[in-house]
Design a protein around this ligand. Structure first.
Ligand SMILES: Nc1nc2c(ncn2[C@@H]2O[C@H](COP(=O)(O)OP(=O)(O)OP(=O)(O)O)[C@@H](O)[C@H]2O)c(=O)[nH]1
Length: 384
């Protein structure tokens, strides 16, 4: 049986060590980049969790109210703060955190009672384990249900770690209640030894998942920056190159249409009203274009005042109707800085073929657009 014995003092020391290392690491991680909501509190919570075992290890050296009540309250408060910080980080309501605050009060009363009035290590273990089960299972719920878009694999890993720890705590409650009174906590049996081991695993796992999620958020923002046009927030030319094969694949089963739009006489808008007003015109035209799109349709800014729209599941007749509605929306636009300015756009439409080079489709749409420009602008044409 000896091989299953874990030394609580050593494990206790590792909990302290890891909590300090991860707290400092995550705080430095936060310093090096844009503030991330909840991350500083999360780092601090790991440190507070580690303070508990530190006080625990000073039993006999410092007063009982610190080494027993203080130690356990630090651990509980640390996990409470983890719940709160992850509610902020994942964008979840703080109602579970509020309930957890009330439970902390119960833990405090329980510890005072089972330390001074009816001393019992076993009952103290039951009180803290019940709270730990509640707070870690709540944290798992917060991590899974949070509104913020985070990497699903990392959120599941974090939630699973908290859930497994919470279930283990429930098992500890059951085994403690059915077991004998504990004489010396530092020499308690396997379930209590495993508590320290699982605490180490939880600290490592939650810190790792946190870094993983932050990294995924950074990657997503880099992806957005490189695929989005900063002026209009439409997708850019690089995004178009990536999206085309998908649309060509869709064109095998249902028609896909391409629209090329260009603001009319944009050069003279720039010349007469200035480039900043010109920018505003591009922005509002892009905005109304975005608003006109249905779910699977996408708009790309090719450069200057030119926008390319891809309409899946749409034949030439439907594309014509869509384009005319968009054209009318643009006619109705007003520019704040220049209320007297009338903006119009011209459009060329072509159908994407799954077999030909997509640039041939752009050329046909461009040819149609050229005809519209030649014939007076503010209308549309189709090139078959
Ligand atoms: N304000 C602003 N102007 C831009 C931007 N990019 C390109 N332009 C200008 O957009 C103008 C493009 O004009 P064109 O589309 O070629 O010609 P146009 O005057 O619109 O004439 P038509 O297209 O024939 O109606 C040029 O004067 C460019 O300098 C931009 O980001 N902001």
């Amino acid at each position: 049986m000896d091989i299953f014995t874990l030394d609580i003092r050593t494990l206790n020391f590792i909990v302290i060590l890891f909590s300090v290392i991860y707290c400092i690491g995550l705080l430095l991680f936060q310093v090096a980049q844009k503030p991330i909501k909840g991350l500083s509190l999360f780092s601090l919570s790991i440190f507070i969790i580690g303070t508990g075992p530190l006080l625990l290890s000073l039993r006999g050296v410092i007063p009982d109210y610190l080494s027993i009540i203080g130690a356990n309250l630090f651990i509980a408060a640390g996990f409470h703060l983890t719940l709160y910080s992850l509610s902020l980080f994942r964008g979840y309501s703080v109602k579970l955190t509020k309930f957890s605050s009330l439970m902390l009060l119960v833990v405090f009363v329980g510890f005072v009672f089972f330390t001074y009035f009816e001393p019992s290590i076993k009952n103290r273990v039951v009180v803290i384990s019940l709270y730990m089960a509640f707070v870690t299972i709540s944290t798992a719920v917060v991590v899974i249900k949070g509104r913020n878009e985070d990497l699903p694999l990392a959120t599941r890993m974090m939630a699973l770690s908290f859930m497994a720890y919470g279930l283990f705590m429930l098992l500890r409650v059951v085994l403690s209640l059915s077991g004998a009174e504990i004489k010396n906590f530092m020499a308690a049996n396997l379930i209590h030894q495993l508590t320290f081991l699982f605490s180490i695993i939880l600290i490592v796992s939650m810190s790792f998942s946190m870094i993983w999620m932050i990294n995924a958020r950074l990657l997503r923002s880099i992806h957005c920056l490189s695929y989005q046009d900063p002026l209009t927030e439409l997708q850019n030319r690089r995004a178009l190159d990536d999206a085309i094969p998908l649309f060509q694949q869709q064109a095998q089963s249902a028609p896909v249409c391409m629209i090329l739009s260009d603001i009319d006489n944009f050069k003279s808008i720039n010349d007469q009203c200035g480039h900043l007003v010109g920018d505003d015109v591009i922005k509002v035209v892009a905005k109304v274009t975005l608003q006109s799109l249905y779910d699977s349709a996408v708009a790309f800014r090719l450069g200057g005042d030119e926008i390319l729209i891809l309409l899946p599941n749409c034949n030439l007749e439907q594309a014509k109707q869509f384009t005319d509605e968009l054209r009318q929306s643009i006619v109705k636009l007003t520019i704040d800085e220049q209320p007297s300015l009338h903006v119009t756009s011209s459009f060329g439409i072509a159908q994407l073929s799954p077999t030909e080079n997509w640039k041939a489709c752009v050329e046909r749409a461009d040819k149609a657009l050229y005809r519209v420009k030649h014939n007076g602008r503010n209308t549309l044409a189709i090139e078959r």
